[in-house]
Design a protein around this ligand. Structure first.
Ligand code: SF4
Length: 211
């Protein structure tokens, strides 16, 4: 089984509890206006063996509190998602958290959901015109489903307003020098960052939509 991947990273501290392994799938059919991850939209040939992916993150899993799978749209690769989740389950007792832009009704029959292999699931598309007050969400229409006892224990604390005391973004530098962010920025954060860097003579492009 192969998967189209955007990237993997550890540690990610802004997409669920603790220090997590982040796995971003490549390709998204949902295409929410205002998405900040447009670089993950383009579908690509699935070219990474899931077994190789699991081997590459095995060491991180031993140190992590769980795994967050995002994208892109993980459920656009349903078989690969199942293989990744099953493999992760064999390698760690940490929690599995998955983001999807699809409606819950359209993905709840996926075996990883139905069989309780996913502890917590965020569903529904990002909506630019919705309020953004809740933790872990880009817009308040997004729904957090606590699917297992572990999911309830670890994620129920995220069913609350963001009181401003929570870190929203991880800042990362890849080996090739690329700088990128993981997490859920507040509305306008990327534009503010762009303006700040521009004032210092740097040029960056952002894929965040209109404000
Ligand atoms: S927010 Fe998520 S589901 Fe929506 S277009 Fe972006 S990557 Fe796809």
């Amino acid at each position: 089984m192969k998967v189209a991947l955007s990237r993997v990273h550890f540690p990610v501290t802004t997409l669920g509890p603790g220090r997590r392994v982040g796995i971003w799938f490549q390709g998204c059919s949902v295409r929410c206006p205002g998405c900040i991850s447009m670089d993950t939209w383009h579908p690509r040939q699935a070219d990474v063996e899931v077994s190789m992916l699991l081997e590459s993150i095995r060491g991180w899993l031993a140190e992590s509190d769980g795994v967050t799978i995002s994208g892109g749209e993980p459920f656009d690769q349903p078989d690969a998602l199942m293989a990744v989740v099953e493999g992760v389950r064999h390698l760690t007792h940490g929690s599995v958290f998955v983001y999807s832009g699809h409606s819950y009704s359209s993905i709840c029959s996926h075996p990883a959901v139905a069989e309780g292999l996913i502890d917590a699931l965020m569903s529904e598309p990002f909506m630019l015109d919705e309020r953004q007050t809740l933790l872990l969400r880009g817009s308040d229409n997004q729904r957090l489903h606590l699917l297992t006892e572990k999911g309830k224990a670890e994620f129920s604390c995220f069913e609350r307003d963001d009181s401003g005391d929570t870190k929203n973004l991880d800042f990362m530098v890849d080996n090739d020098g690329a700088v990128w962010l993981a997490g859920i920025p507040q509305r306008g954060d990327m534009r503010k960052l762009q303006a700040l860097l521009a004032s210092q003579g740097h040029v960056i492009s952002v894929t965040e939509g209109r404000q």
